[in-house]
Write a protein that binds this ligand. Sequence first.
Ligand SMILES: C[S@@+](CC[C@H](N)C(=O)[O-])C[C@H]1O[C@@H](n2cnc3c(N)ncnc32)[C@H](O)[C@@H]1O
Length: 287
Amino acid sequence: MQINFTNIFPSYELIDCGNGKKLERFGNIVLIRPEITASNKPHLTYKDWKDMANAEFIETSKNSGYWNIFKDFEKPWYIEYKDEQIYIKACLNLTQSKHIGIFPEQVLNWNFIKSISKNYQNIKFLNLFGYTGLTSVAAAPFSKTITHIDSIKKVVDWTKLNAKNSGFDNIRAICEDAPKFVEREIKRKNKYNAVILDPPPIGVGANNEKWILNKMLDKLLKNISILLEEKSFVIMNSYSHSLSENAINTMIEENFPNHKTTLNEKIFGLSKYGNTIDHGIFIHLES
Ligand SMILES: C[S@@+](CC[C@H](N)C(=O)[O-])C[C@H]1O[C@@H](n2cnc3c(N)ncnc32)[C@H](O)[C@@H]1O
């Protein structure tokens, strides 16, 4: 499915993409960042891009590099997502990786949380690999507590800031290794109505535990299934370059036999000029 995210998230715009880069607007700030899936030819020239952009991230090695600032601006800066039930004030900043504190395509999951929440009262959420907590903030109006897990202290603090700025005090943001936390919750006999997970292909836990998606996802999903209440839902994002779609589908069928898959689709972000970038697969399961 191709989606122009500006239609559902007006503060964000994919203006153009191609030649391994993307040109995006976050509020009033325009950035050029590397994008491995932008394999087409861009619509505009690189000069057009530079004239529009405030800054460009130059990658020097995988996941690190530096920002070239073309037009200086105040940092951090803030953008909002608002509908009749969800309010998110996202604090954004340039970091030493190309990321800036938001994955705007997650708006699809925010909308799903809003619609499925009608069938529940006070959902107990667990958000694993939660980054700066914007999906936790989206879930906050529908929940007594959201338990948010990430292994990097800086992004856990960033989550607390996003929660506070958005007016929520029900997000428990914890710096821990996601698989270990799940194992501990099983021992503590805790249960959840909803588990959200956006596992990276490779990661590091809070105590340097190794996370390798294609070797560890199956066990994590098995453990998550133990944590789920009978009436529950799961939201998962996955990037097929490290695990095949077939392998993921088999894991889902085996670990969640009582859930039906209501979404399992590759999502492409559509630019203003009609070219696309790949956001991987979005999976929604409901019992
Ligand atoms: C792709 S991001 C998640 C984006 C998030 N869903 C959002 O919408 O903002 C992956 C996150 O996983 C975290 N991470 C990596 N390995 C981890 C581990 N072993 N335990 C917990 N978090 C981990 C990283 O710090 C990073 O914040």
